[in-house]
Design a protein around this ligand. Sequence first.
Ligand code: DC
Length: 214
Amino acid sequence: MIIAVDGPTASGKGTISKELAKYFALPFLDTGLLYRAVGWTVSEQGGDADHAADALAACVFDSSLLDNPGLRSEAVGGLASRVSVHPEVRRALDKRQKDFAYQPAGAVLDGRDIGTVIAPDADVKLFVTASPEARAVRRFEEMKRRGEQVGLEDILAEILQRDERDKNRTTAPLKAAEDADLLDTTNLTIDAAVQQAIAMVNAKISGRRDKDPA
Ligand code: DC
């Protein structure tokens, strides 16, 4: 079974995906980390994230980089969003994601274009959203816990800018697949959102079994 989870930053899709992977015993890939690794590498190489050739050169990185907690910062998220605009970068990361999605064990992947580009025939597609304000508050709390000092207004501005770039790029923009189920987490606790996501996956699977009782 392939479960595709897409949505904007801080919507809760990362936690939901991880919990779905645990619950359904499936391997999990956070595809945002791949773009973050490219963003990190372009900066390490002194390149320009907005320059396609520099960003493409940064697509060759050691897999151990994916374990670096530095990739999780807001700054690297911004760089990831900028490098992800280039079709060359998306192509370079395409095979790795498709190989993961279509491994025999099945998989859960989260990102922006999993249901539309990476695994368009995924068994279950969830599009996780939340209002920008709710996402900004979550990110603010998360950063406060990590001891980072950033104003709520600045975080909201950064989130809006990232949404704008991710939704409006020409290649594989952030959008819900036509057959995706929407999960709005604005007014849900993380536990409630996870429970709802599990229920949505179960409903989808049993709906399929009813249609195709082979
Ligand atoms: O999910 P995230 O915040 O870690 O992703 C960081 C950036 O990477 C995001 O702003 C856009 C890009 N990205 C993408 O273009 N496609 C994906 N499948 C995952 C992430």
